[in-house]
Design a protein around this ligand. Structure first.
Ligand SMILES: [Zn+2]
Length: 341
């Protein structure tokens, strides 16, 4: 691929701790030679894996941004065996205005991989990750939430990659997060995802959906921060022992999956969405999990959203207003044991 036009003010090979920026050239009407400055911190000490941990791929997802900002200040080289590269707000312009898409180019970072050397700012950042940062990394962590549009039961999640060794390492890292559910998901909404490119390069990829909607409860911040630290300990980058669910008096993580398109439910009409089931609740086949009301047609019965099969409501529409075609519910099912053979 072509050489990236981004410039890093840190030296990824240098031992010690450096705070700096990735400089992304772009133009606007009052800045012909402007640069977007994405914060980056490198903490490098001795032998060990390289972990690339990121948040803010979608701007309106903040628990991971907070968790990484804290690590940037707290972690010192003596704490690390290997190298930790931290990017708290991958799509900084979107993070600053709480949007999923970049206000600079209207692009979704998580549909922009492998990226373009001479593309829009979002495409250039994706290209830099693909060509510079992923090749440096052994482990790639990309912390998401459902953003403003979807509320998730907070969970770590992963793709079922075909390589069995990579799959097992991703399974074990995902479990280290310590969430109630671990989730196998399908790409139902397009291509060009960050984890897909990192997986293609053979990396151990750990991703999450740490809740969603605009409010972040204390428990979600805590799970995001403890989960990230646990994963870094699990892979030997930080010293110490992984805090297990058993130690916390919690049952084992339950693996669930939504690999069928039917598991994702979409609004057939626009209106006001009413949740009829709670996140994490068991639902029966044929059970309504929500319904759509019509403000201009009080005489019309609400249109139900039906669970096609029995399972768990893992995610639901966050804003009450829905437009036709919005994803309003995700039904997950227990993962067969043979998945890990
Ligand atoms: Zn996201």
């Amino acid at each position: 691929m072509e050489r990236s036009q981004l410039r890093a003010t840190v030296d990824f090979a240098k031992p010690g701790k450096q705070h700096g920026h990735l400089c992304v050239p772009y133009s606007y009407n009052l800045g012909g030679w402007a640069n977007l400055l994405l914060p980056v911190t490198v903490i490098n000490n001795g032998e060990g894996p390289t972990v690339l941990a990121m948040a803010g791929n979608h701007g309106d997802e903040y628990p991971g941004q907070v968790a990484i900002l804290k690590l940037m200040r707290e972690i010192e080289p003596r704490d690390v065996s290997g190298r930790l590269i931290l990017l708290p707000c991958l799509n900084l312009p979107a993070c600053k205005v709480s949007t999923r898409l970049s206000p600079l180019d209207g692009r979704n970072m998580n549909r922009s991989f492998p990226g373009k050397a001479d593309g829009s700012p979002t495409e250039m950042i994706a290209h830099y990750l693909t060509t510079v940062l992923f090749p440096l990394a052994d482990i790639v962590i990309d912390i998401h939430t459902g953003g403003r549009s979807v509320d998730f039961y907070p969970c770590a999640h992963m793709h079922l990659v075909p390589d069995r060794e990579q799959r097992k390492q991703m399974r074990d890292g995902t479990l280290a997060w310590g969430s109630d559910f671990a989730f196998l998901y399908a790409d139902i909404a397009g291509t060009g995802l960050l984890p897909v490119e990192a997986e293609r390069q053979g990396k151990i990829v750990i991703t999450t959906e740490m809740g969603g909607s605009e409010s972040v409860p204390l428990a979600v911040h805590k799970l995001t921060q403890s989960g990230l630290r646990n994963v870094l300990i699990h892979f030997g980058l930080l010293a110490g022992k992984v805090q297990t669910r058993e130690q916390l008096g919690l049952p084992p993580t339950r693996w669930v999956q939504s690999l069928d398109y039917q598991d994702y439910r979409f609004a057939p009409e626009s209106g006001v969405y009413e949740n009829l089931a709670a996140l994490g609740q068991e639902v029966a086949a044929g059970q309504p999990v929500g319904q759509i009301h019509f403000l201009e047609r009080p005489d019309r019965e609400p249109v139900p959203i039906i669970a096609p099969t029995a399972g768990i409501l893992l995610a639901a529409r966050a804003p009450a207003l829905v437009a036709q075609g919005d994803c309003v519910a995700c039904i997950a099912h227990d993962v067969p044991a043979k998945t890990w053979e």
